[in-house]
Write a protein that binds this ligand. Sequence first.
Ligand code: GDP
Length: 140
Amino acid sequence: MSIQRTFSIIKPDATARNLTGGINALIEAAGLRIVAQKRIWLTRVQAESFYGVHQARPFFADLVSFMISGPVVVQVLEGEDAIATYRKVMGATNPTDADAGTIRKEFAQSIEANSVHGSDAPETAAIEIPFFFSGCEIVG
Ligand code: GDP
């Protein structure tokens, strides 16, 4: 166990329903600190690049269209074992499989419009955080 940082996105389905504060409350209740946060509207190029690992998946085009359909809130979260802790708070990718009390069980609409993204490994967080934030924008 150690203090880690992870990258989070509050997705367009959640910002459209005014759920940023509700999601942040669950993040903070889990002991994670929001050490950077900004609301942006992704371009198609940014979304395609960010989700490049899924390029060959059948849902890639739909996922990119969804991610640019409205504003998102990008965040850096810090805390004990932050990557695994946030994955637990997020819940399963498909909200029907997510545990009670998780963000996706409480708020997600579908396997695609599932309200949040979180890094899945230290190597991913190390790429995703600097994709959106410079060092001086992260204040721990
Ligand atoms: P995550 O790490 O739990 O976000 O899940 P993945 O990395 O497997 O997938 C990335 C994102 O693609 C998910 O959060 C969903 O928004 C979307 N996604 C995953 N699986 C599907 C699917 O079967 N259909 C559609 N339309 N979208 C999906």
